[in-house]
Design a protein around this ligand. Structure first.
Ligand code: CA
Ligand code: CA
Length: 311
C-alpha cells in the first residue's frame, strides 16, 4: 500500500468529455489514508477465498425474487438458463453496432465467475498478477473486511487518482490519452481493438506508469468499486448541504442512490477509473473525475477493486 497524504482538491470536472454527474466542481478535503498501489489481483483474492471458503455472487444461482426488485415492474421471469450462476462476458461483434445497446457486446454466460472470467471455458491459470474481475460490490466488501481494509470513498478515490495534479483532466496531466498512459481501447469500439497499448483485455497490474502518488492503473485496466451510493446529482446535493464555495470534509456520499441508467434499482454503488474497454468514442471514463454506477450484485469482466485503510 502507499500513503496518500490528506489534502483539499477540486472534485469533478468541466472538461468537454465530462458528463453531468461530474458537476459541479467543488472543494473537498480528505484525511490521509493508505491505498493499495494496484488493483486487487487474482492471487490476493485466491488467498481470501482459500482462507474463508467465500462464494462470490457470480458463483451463486440468481434469486429471481431479488432480481425482480431491480427491473421494471411486470418484467417476465427469464428462462432458467439465465438464472444459473454466471456473469457478463465481453463478446465483441465483428461489425459496427448501435452504441446505445450494450447487449451488442455483453452476454450473460452461465459458469462465468472470477476463476473463469471470460466464460466457463476460460481460466486464470498463470494470471496471478492480473486484477481479479467478475467480483460484485458485496464480494469486494467481503474481501476488504477480511484484509482489515475497506473500499475507498469516491472522494478518496478521486483525490488519490489525481496524484497531486489538482484540476487536471487526466491522472498524468492535461495531455490527451496515448497508448503509453493506460490500458484502454484503441481502434473502433466495440468491433475493432487494435490494442496499440499492448493489451486487448486486462493487463497484469502495474504495467503502465504510476501516478504522482505511486498508484498504478487508476486510469483504465479494470473499473474499481467505491463505497459510495451512486447518485447522478450527488455533487449538487453535497454543495447544497455544505454551502456554495465551502469545503466538504471526508464526504461519504448520499444516503440514497439515483441512477437514470438503473432506474428501478433500489441500490446502486459507484465504480471509478474506466477499463480496457474505454474509448473516447464511447466512454472516456479513464478520466479521474468520471463516475459510473452498478447494482451491488453486478459483476463483469472489466470490473475489479482496490482497498484503503487508515493509519
Ligand atoms: Ca488496451
Ligand atoms: Ca483501474
Amino acid at each position: 500500500m502507499v500513503w496518500i497524504p490528506g489534502g483539499t482538491f477540486a472534485m469533478g470536472s468541466v472538461d468537454p468529455l465530462a458528463r453531468p454527474d461530474e458537476r459541479p466542481v467543488h472543494q473537498v478535503r480528505v484525511d490521509g489514508f493508505w491505498m493499495d498501489a494496484t488493483e486487487v489481483t487474482n492471487k490476493q483474492f485466491a488467498m481470501f477465498v482459500a482462507a474463508t471458503q467465500y462464494l462470490t455472487t457470480a458463483e451463486k444461482p440468481i434469486d429471481w425474487e431479488e432480481l425482480k426488485k431491480q427491473v421494471p415492474p411486470g418484467t417476465p421471469k427469464p428462462p432458467d438458463e439465465m438464472l444459473k450462476p454466471g456473469s457478463l462476458v465481453f463478446t465483441p461483434p465483428d461489425h459496427r453496432v448501435d452504441l446505445r445497446d450494450v447487449s451488442q457486446w455483453w452476454q450473460f454466460e452461465a459458469g462465468t465467475n472470477w476463476r473463469h472470467p471470460a466464460g466457463p471455458e476460460s481460466s486464470i491459470d498463470g494470471k496471478d498478477g492480473f486484477p481479479v474481475v467478475q467480483v460484485s460490490w458485496d464480494d469486494a466488501v467481503a474481501y476488504a473486511k477480511w484484509a482489515g481494509k475497506r473500499l475507498p470513498t469516491e472522494a478518496e478515490w478521486e483525490f488519490a487518482a489525481r496524484g497531486g495534479l489538482d484540476g487536471k483532466v487526466n491522472v498524468w496531466g492535461d495531455e490527451p490519452i496515448d497508448p503509453k498512459h493506460a490500458n484502454t481501447w484503441q481502434g473502433h469500439f466495440p468491433d475493432k481493438n487494435t490494442a496499440d497499448d499492448g493489451y486487448a483485455g486486462a493487463a497484469p497490474v502495474a504495467k503502465f506508469p504510476p501516478n504522482g502518488y505511486g498508484l498504478y492503473d487508476m486510469a483504465g485496466n479494470v473499473w474499481e468499486w467505491c463505497s459510495d451510493l451512486y447518485r447522478v446529482d450527488a455533487y449538487d446535493m453535497l454543495v447544497a448541504q455544505v454551502g456554495p464555495g465551502k469545503v466538504a470534509v471526508n464526504p461519504t456520499g448520499p444516503d440514497k442512490s439515483v441512477d437514470p441508467r438503473n432506474p428501478d434499482a433500489p441500490v446502486v454503488r459507484v465504480q471509478r477509473g474506466g477499463s480496457y474497454l474505454c474509448n473516447d468514442s464511447y466512454c472516456a471514463s479513464y478520466r479521474p473525475s468520471a463516475r459510473m454506477g452498478s447494482t451491488p450484485d453486478s459483476a463483469a469482466q472489466h470490473l475489479g477493486f482496490r482497498c484503503v485503510m487508515k493509519k
